[in-house]
Write a protein that binds this ligand. Structure first.
Ligand SMILES: Nc1ncnc2c1ncn2[C@@H]1O[C@H](COP(=O)(O)OP(=O)(O)OP(=O)(O)O)[C@@H](O)[C@H]1O
Ligand SMILES: [K+]
Ligand SMILES: [Mg+2]
Length: 677
């Protein structure tokens, strides 16, 4: 689907379909949703009636002129419909390619000890299925046993396989992707019709598109302007008649259409749809247009350390004794504490043992009670059958646990911990009852290019805060290496929410990226929550955006697109309203010259004739819509600048440009139109 995403703005089939849709959208039931263009449509109908039944309206015989006005008005409406249809069409094309991945898959459902082959559509939440090498994953779910490499290119467009494994933050799998090695047991987590791909299709098809708050506010402004101009124009006729000037209805309608904000009114919906579309092109799924818009206003960004700023596969690289413990003894207890620890950290300890040919008595774990890792306690381990308690975990957590039992802390623990942490590693202490035996050195690397990206964010005026469960030394090292503005160490899940709430209470909009189940509450609390596709189902469900490439720094692109969306809307509104000035100078003098030919002095723009002046203004008003479609769809160019500088820059380009362009445009059109009139 990636080739679909990068396709050009206007392709043959897309344009044909959009042309057809522009006609269908003339249906008043649809038009009324866009009040500005609805007013234009009504005007079009009135002029049509006057053209077809000229005598009935007792107007002068201007059938040719009226016909021309009718045609231009009709095209004005069609152009607006075309813009919207084109934007929608691009979304539908994406949905089409997604639907291809959503085929019927046969699943090996586990029923007790036997396997039953059922179609994927019959799978329900909670069902357990086995997927082996070469098979498609029949639905969204979590790996509960085993490890496999999975080809997710159907949804991410990324061909490199990803490892999915039970436990930890890499256990979620998506229906429609393929297992390319090994075999997993998984639990289905979504009902039919509610899978990730189903939701993606609904989203890109725009089925659930709702107007965003900013869009509603702008719409209200546009409607108010339309009503004001409607009143002005409707009262103008009688007032002019009172002083003996006869203004004709088609001329008044032309005036009205030129004055109401048709440019932005016609492009507004396309701008919104295209904004969502651009996010999708970056392989990010936004669950609502509102989220994309909020991204444009973000002040603060909260990032998880492990897996977000770093690669996140924390691997044991050293196991060292502390105090009086021996090296083998420390390693053995590290291994025993990890026997049932399915997290990448836990498994890496056992791998380290194998790699270094270290032996340990695994039978010690038999009959013991496994204590899974919890972000809350920051420990994991096992309660042995003989009563001994084995733990590994964050050094502070283990210290507290040992002291609570009346144990002693080895003298060299602090120094050794600091060494590991200052190198950016994560130290895990190993303890049995009240004795600390050693330290595991978990290594992780900062993703490349992070510093540049955080610099960009700073230029946009966005503050970055790294939140980690790790100790302050590790946090400080990684924070420095990655170049974040601030960090919070030893944070528990509720601390992340607290930071977000604190920022929000100051009136700031907060974005957060994360992948773990413990990130889910914070992802939900944030204004923009970007979950990694590699993350857990809980994280993806709580977030309002999912990055299919699992690249948390993608939040920068999302923010740029959000800003671009807001700016595009603002720029085109400014342009649309600034346009009015020139149209005043073209149309109002023409109207009065038509009634009182002696008022030739009013013709400041030196237009050919009153009728050609009106038609020229109307033609300019119509063709500016298709001319701006590329800008509406691609968005105005965004540069990381402060809000104030962006505003003044845009006012200059779109405000001044919007005032000057129509003078030139109308003059040029008039020169051509005047040849006939
Ligand atoms: N399997 C494990 N067993 C014991 N302790 C662990 C395990 N995994 C992590 N820890 C400890 O718990 C701390 C918190 O881990 P967690 O993954 O919850 O961090 P976090 O809040 O997600 O932040 P980040 O992922 O950015 O480090 C880690 O810094 C580490 O000290
Ligand atoms: K207009
Ligand atoms: Mg984490």
């Amino acid at each position: 689907m990636n080739d679909q995403r990068t396709k050009k703005l206007f392709t043959g089939p897309l344009v044909t379909e959009a042309l057809k849709m522009s006609l269908l959208k003339l249906n008043p039931v649809h038009m009324i949703k866009n009040p500005v263009m609805f007013v234009v449509e009504i005007g079009t109908l009135i002029v049509l009636l006057m053209t077809v039944f000229p005598g009935y309206f007792d107007s002068q015989d201007r059938t040719g002129f009226n016909l021309a006005v009718f045609i231009i008005l009709l095209f004005t409406v069609l152009f607006a419909n075309f813009a919207e249809a084109l934007a929608e069409g691009r979304g539908k094309a994406q949905a089409g390619s997604l639907k291809k991945t959503k085929q019927e898959i046969m699943a090996n459902k586990l029923l007790g000890d036997s396997i039953q082959i059922v179609p994927s559509t019959e799978l329900r939440k909670g069902d357990i299925v086995i997927v082996s090498q070469g098979e498609m994953i029949p639905g969204d779910g979590e790996v509960i046993e085993g490890l496999a490499s999975v080809d997710e290119s159907a949804i991410t467009g990324e061909s490199a396989p990803v490892i999915k494994e039970a436990g930890g933050d890499f256990n979620s799998v998506t229906g429609g992707t393929r297992v390319i090695s090994d075999r997993i047991k998984m639990r289905i987590t979504s009902e039919p019709g509610e899978t990730f791909i189903d939701r993606m299709i609904a989203l890109v098809e725009g089925a659930k598109r709702q107007k965003t708050p900013n869009e509603i506010a702008l719409n209200t402004l546009l409607i108010s302007l339309t009503i004001i101009f409607l009143i002005v124009v409707v009262t103008l006729g009688p007032i002019a008649a009172y002083v003996g000037v006869n203004l004709e209805i088609p001329v008044l309608i032309a005036l009205l259409v030129c004055l109401i904000p048709t440019t932005i009114g016609g492009l507004l919906s396309a701008i919104g749809i295209a904004g969502m579309d651009r996010v999708t092109q970056f392989n990010v799924l936004a669950m609502s247009g509102k989220a994309v818009e909020a991204a444009g206003d973000i002040n603060t960004m909260i990032l998880d350390k492990t897996g977000t700023i770093t690669f996140g596969n924390r691997m044991a690289s050293e196991i060292n004794p502390v105090g009086t413990a021996g090296a083998d003894e420390a390693a053995a207890w590290a291994a025993i504490s990890s026997i049932h620890d399915e997290t990448p950290e836990g498994r890496s300890v056992l791998e380290w043992m194998k790699k270094h040919d270290k032996a340990y008595d695994a039978s010690l774990g038999e009959g013991g009670q496994f204590v899974p890792f919890q972000a809350e306690t920051r420990m994991s381990g096992i309660d042995l059958a003989d009563g001994r308690l084995v733990r590994k975990g964050a050094v502070e957590a283990i210290r507290g646990w040992v002291l609570a039992q009346g144990g002693d802390i080895p003298a060299d623990l602090a120094q050794e911990t600091e060494r590991i942490a200052k190198e950016g590693g994560t130290p895990l202490a190993i303890a049995v009852d009240q004795h600390i035996f050693g330290l595991i050195y978990l290594k992780d690397t900062v993703k490349p290019g992070m510093k540049e990206r955080f610099d960009q964010l700073r230029a946009m005026g966005i503050k970055t805060i790294m939140c980690t469960g790790d100790n302050p030394f590790t946090a400080a090292t990684i924070a420095r290496e990655a170049g974040v503005d601030d960090f919070i160490a030893e944070s528990k899940p509720e601390d992340k929410i607290a930071v977000i709430r604190r920022e929000q209470a100051e009136g700031k909009l907060v974005a957060m990226t994360g992948d773990g189940t413990n990130d889910a509450p914070a992802l939900a609390q944030a204004d923009v929550g970007l979950a990694m596709n590699s993350g857990t189902t809980a994280a993806k469900e709580a977030a309002n955006m999912v990055d299919l490439d699992s690249d948390p720094s993608k939040i920068i692109e999302v923010v740029s697109i959000g800003k671009q969306l807001l700016m595009t809307r603002g720029a085109l509104t400014t342009f649309s309203i600034a346009n009015d000035v020139a149209k005043y100078f073209a149309i109002i003098p023409a109207m009065f010259m038509l009634a009182i030919p002696q008022m030739q002095a009013l013709n400041v723009m030196q237009l050919g004739s009153p009728l050609s002046a009106i038609l020229s203004a109307l033609i300019f008003n119509a063709i500016i819509i298709p001319l701006l479609i590329p800008l509406a769809m691609k968005g105005v160019t965004y540069r990381p600048l402060s809000a104030a500088r962006l505003l003044s820059r845009n006012l200059l380009i779109y405000g001044l440009g919007g005032m000057i362009a129509p003078f030139i445009g109308i003059k040029l059109i008039d020169m051509m139109v005047h040849i006939w009139i």
